[in-house]
Structures are given as structure tokens and as C-alpha cells.
Design a protein around this ligand. Structure first.
Ligand code: ADP
Ligand code: VHF
Length: 360
């Protein structure tokens, strides 16, 4: 087998694992496990991000009274995740491959300490030949602080674990250049950097999914910009995983071409931490120009016009240009009070150092 990728993250969407009636499609799951085992035995390190907890719990339990959406998610995922991981455990055991469960929440990515702790957990699993099977801990996730869907989670995991590729398996062959149901539409096979896809994406999403194609494309672009190949393919197609790696040219999918410029590990974390930003740093036209140039520059007080919000040193802040457009995300080198004091002055230390600045 061609070994272009040494480490891959594979996201298996709810719709790949759920049948039309919401029950777990064991045949599909078993086929995907067989393929994962084949790749594993060929020496590829694999991290699975698997949805399906809510979908598999739904068919297991009939609530006594009508439940609101939060109660439903908590109840179904508590029951369903146990069922899901048990299935994976049994199916991988037939290949003598150990697996481990990693349940996480969005907040666990907020601080660098938590982030590195999770990274360490999965690194030690991979070093010991264990396949991590990751899902959101839906039982304790707070609605406002949930991942948009598991596409977002899979992007974070691929980035955190420095994967060479992220394969997102959905119930569709890739991104169509029109409505997927329109016979005139076809799958876009390759997407280069900076391509705007918004005109193609329909608001529709599949029956058990949470995010839809728009989140998939946004995440895919961001992750590819960090130098990771992203592939969107149909998890319901037989042999898809192995085909994608063995016969990439003949296998229908959408491939986001990765940036050739490497992004440091800490910048990857910052790039995905935007949701935790505590404040905004507004910069003037001159600072915007320098930031957009090829040069490696930090945000200095002289280029700052004003700030929004209160932040501490090491908090995540958004960088806003003179036209009000967000141009980046960074880790503050000082708190908001010190920034206000230094703002507009020459010869002061950087408010966001280049090493902790991710330009979009
Ligand atoms: N241009 C497009 N190309 C492909 N799929 C699209 C497009 N626009 C909208 N979609 C919808 O996105 C769905 C897949 O996203 P989603 O429901 O989030 O799946 P998953 O549960 O696998 O994450 C497809 O089933 C399709 O209905
Ligand atoms: N954590 C949830 C997955 C929710 C979700 O957004 O799934 P998906 O539509 O596959 O990205 C579950 O296991 O049911």
C-alpha cells in the first residue's frame, strides 16, 4: 500500500453509522472497522472521530414523557455512547487491535494546558498501538459551548495531532457544484487555497447531522491552510477508506489541497481557539499592511488604535484591521490594562508576539 500518509484522522458522520430509522448500521460499521484495520496493519497511525452516540441511543430507549432537546441529547448520548464504543471494541478485537475511548468538550481546548494534556493522552495511545475513538462528551456539554458538530471536533483533533490527512466520511460523495440532487451537478474533485465555495452549498443537511456541508467546508479550508490534506468522501461506499489511499485518482471525493507552508503547533492551537477570544485588538492601516506582507511581525502598541473587552495575559484575542475585518487570532502577551497604557506608543513590548499570532 502506498504510504503517503503516516498519520490520519478519520471522521465518521452520524449519517454513515445510522440507518434511516436511527438504529446503528452494524454492517457499515463493521466494514469501516475492517478497512481501518487494513490501514493500521499497513503501518498508518489512525485516530477515529466517530459520531453516532445520539443516533444509537435514540433507538434504545423510549422516554416516559416528552423531553426537551437538551434532555434528549443527554439521555440518548449516555446510553448510545456506551453501545457505540462497545461495538467498536468488539469489532476491532476481531482484528486484535486495541481501541480506547476519548470523550471531550469544547472547553477542553480552551487553555493550552488542557490542550496539551489531551494531545499527550492521544500520543501515548498511538505510541502503544491503541486507536483513539473520539467523540464529544454530549452528556455534559453545555449547549452554548458545544462543537458546531463533529466536523469541527475532527478538525481540532487533526490539527492538534499533526495528522497528515483528515478524511471526513459523510453520506455524500463530496462537495457538489450545485444541488446534490440535480443531475447536472458533479463533485468538485480538488479545491485550491482561497476558493470561495459558498455559492455551491445548500442549507440542507442530512437527517441525523448537526452542522451540514457549510461547517464541513469551513473546517476543511482552515485545516488545509495548516498544511493538512482534507478529503470529504462517502462513508457508505464499499472500500472507500482503502480506495482513497490506494487509488486516490480513481476514487470520487473532494480533496482540499494543503498549504505548503508549515504552521507551528502553537499557531494551530491559536487558529482553532477563536471561539474563546476574550477581547479584540484593533490595528491601524499601517499595521494592517505590515501584517499582510510576507514579513514575520508582531503586534506592537504603536499600531493599535483601540481595544475591546478585558483580557488577561495569555488570553486569546482577535485582531481586527482598520476596516473592522478580523484578520487573525493571537495569544496576548500582556493584559488589557497594560495594552491600554502602551497603546500608540513607540518602543514598547509586543502585545501579541509573532510566534503566538495566527493570520487568517
Ligand atoms: N454542495 C453540496 N454538496 C454536497 N452536499 C451538500 C451540498 N450542499 C448541502 N449538502 C448537504 O450536506 C449533507 C452532509 O452534511 P451533514 O448533514 O452535516 O452530514 P454528516 O452527518 O455526515 O456530518 C449532505 O447530505 C447534503 O444534503
Ligand atoms: N456527538 C454527536 C455527534 C453530533 C454530530 O454533529 O454529528 P455529525 O453530523 O456526524 O457531525 C453524537 O455522537 O451523536
Amino acid at each position: 500500500m502506498e504510504q503517503k500518509f503516516k498519520r490520519i484522522a478519520v471522521k465518521i458522520g452520524s449519517n454513515v453509522l445510522a440507518r434511516r430509522d436511527g438504529t446503528l448500521d452494524i454492517t457499515r460499521m463493521s466494514a469501516l472497522v475492517d478497512q481501518t484495520a487494513e490501514l493500521y496493519k499497513a503501518g498508518i497511525e489512525i485516530i477515529l472521530i466517530s459520531s453516532g452516540a445520539v443516533a444509537s441511543g435514540r433507538s434504545e430507549i423510549q422516554p416516559q414523557k416528552k423531553l426537551d432537546s437538551v434532555d434528549q441529547r443527554q439521555l440518548f448520548s449516555a446510553v448510545g455512547q456506551a453501545k457505540l464504543i462497545n461495538r467498536y471494541y468488539e469489532l476491532f478485537r476481531e482484528h486484535s487491535i486495541p481501541v480506547g475511548q476519548v470523550l471531550t468538550t469544547k472547553e477542553s481546548f480552551a487553555t493550552r494546558r488542557h490542550y496539551l494534556n489531551q494531545k499527550n493522552c492521544m500520543t501515548v495511545m498511538l505510541e502503544n498501538g491503541v486507536i483513539p475513538i473520539v467523540n464529544e462528551n454530549d452528556t455534559i456539554s453545555v449547549s452554548e459551548l458545544m462543537f458546531t458538530d463533529n466536523d469541527e471536533l475532527s478538525g481540532l483533533i487533526a490539527s492538534m495531532m499533526d495528522a497528515d490527512a483528515l478524511i471526513i466520511l459523510s453520506n455524500i460523495d463530496g462537495i457538489y457544484n450545485g444541488a446534490p440532487t440535480d443531475p447536472a451537478s458533479s463533485v468538485i474533485r480538488e479545491i485550491g487555497q482561497g476558493k470561495d465555495l459558498s455559492a455551491y452549498i445548500q442549507a440542507s443537511k442530512s437527517s441525523f447531522g448537526r452542522g451540514g456541508m457549510l461547517t464541513k467546508t469551513n473546517i476543511a479550508r482552515k485545516v488545509a491552510d495548516e498544511g493538512i490534506t482534507v478529503i470529504i468522501a462517502n462513508g457508505k461506499r464499499d472500500h472507500i477508506l482503502v480506495d482513497l489511499l490506494q487509488h486516490p485518482d480513481e476514487t470520487v471525493c473532494t480533496r482540499f489541497l494543503p498549504s505548503s507552508e508549515p504552521v507551528s503547533s502553537v499557531k494551530k492551537w491559536i487558529a482553532h481557539s477563536e471561539g474563546f477570544a476574550k477581547g479584540e485588538i484593533h490595528i491601524n492601516a499601517c499595521a494592517t499592511d505590515v501584517l499582510n506582507s510576507e514579513k514575520a511581525v508582531s503586534i506592537l502598541p504603536i499600531g493599535i488604535t483601540h481595544i475591546e473587552g478585558e483580557f488577561e495575559k495569555d488570553d486569546i484575542v482577535r485582531i481586527i484591521d482598520f476596516q473592522g475585518k478580523q484578520v487573525g487570532v493571537g495569544k496576548a502577551n500582556c493584559d488589557s490594562r497594560q495594552t491600554l497604557e502602551a497603546m500608540g506608543k513607540h518602543g514598547k513590548k509586543a502585545v501579541v508576539h509573532y510566534d503566538y499570532l495566527y493570520i487568517e
